[in-house]
Design a protein. Sequence first.
Length: 295
Amino acid sequence: MFDNAEGMVFRPPSEANSFILRVTIGCSHNACTFCSMYKGVRFRIRPLEEVMQLINQTAKFHPQLRRVFLADGNALSLPNEQLLTIMSALHSAFPKLSRITCYGGPKDILRKTEEELLILKQAGLQMIYLGIESGDDDVLKLVNKGATAEEMIQAGRKVVAAGIKLSAMVILGLGGQTLTRQHAINTGKVVSAINPTMLSALTLMLHDQTPLRAAAERGEFIPLSPYGFVAELEQLLTHTTVTSPCIFRSNHVSNMLPLAGTLPADKDKLLSDITKVMKSFVNKKTPTYNDVGDF
């Protein structure tokens, strides 16, 4: 409402009713071949004075605000001292504030010490969104994620160990037809090793002006068919074996098969629902990328 900083504003779907406070602008990595979110925006950490002004302005109009999402893509790149100053100001400005969340890049999380994460938890950071994307090193390298599967595991476990809720995101179809099986299996293994609080399975969208879209148009990357996406989801869930409750969702706007449940309790039911859908594809032509375009 009061923020006229450069670039588009992005947030997870569950933060639709939150105050989006952009403590950084853009993404410090900004090199993933599938992502178009922060292209054309130079990453920078906003001056503390600028952030405080946004908090004070918002408090004048929404003093009863309860939820804040720290944006853009790298809030955890801020030094802890600066984050704690911002969080303290938020609690002072919004007496009913009950939730502070942010995105967390794997390298940003790993740079934080265990003590620093514990302090952030105590200061009110309730949840971190981690884009795992894939648990397969070949896929992570293909899309230039900038982190390995093992680093994803270490980062995710670090958040969970600090008592902060972890919402993990993976992308169906990210390895294309060539790497689909290993992408699904190894992503399930990484999710199992982390056991996040929540898991969201998104579907790959080939956005304009991204390297992965260009590769698909040249025939170098072959996207999955609708059947392929469903089959990959089945493999992902089959190889996900969490022990603590994990809320699972595949109901993002990108998904063709909306599912919801809690793992491991609802795993058999989810797999059964997927099997029913897969059977509906029997004897039907499976569309290719040229048939369906940007699915």
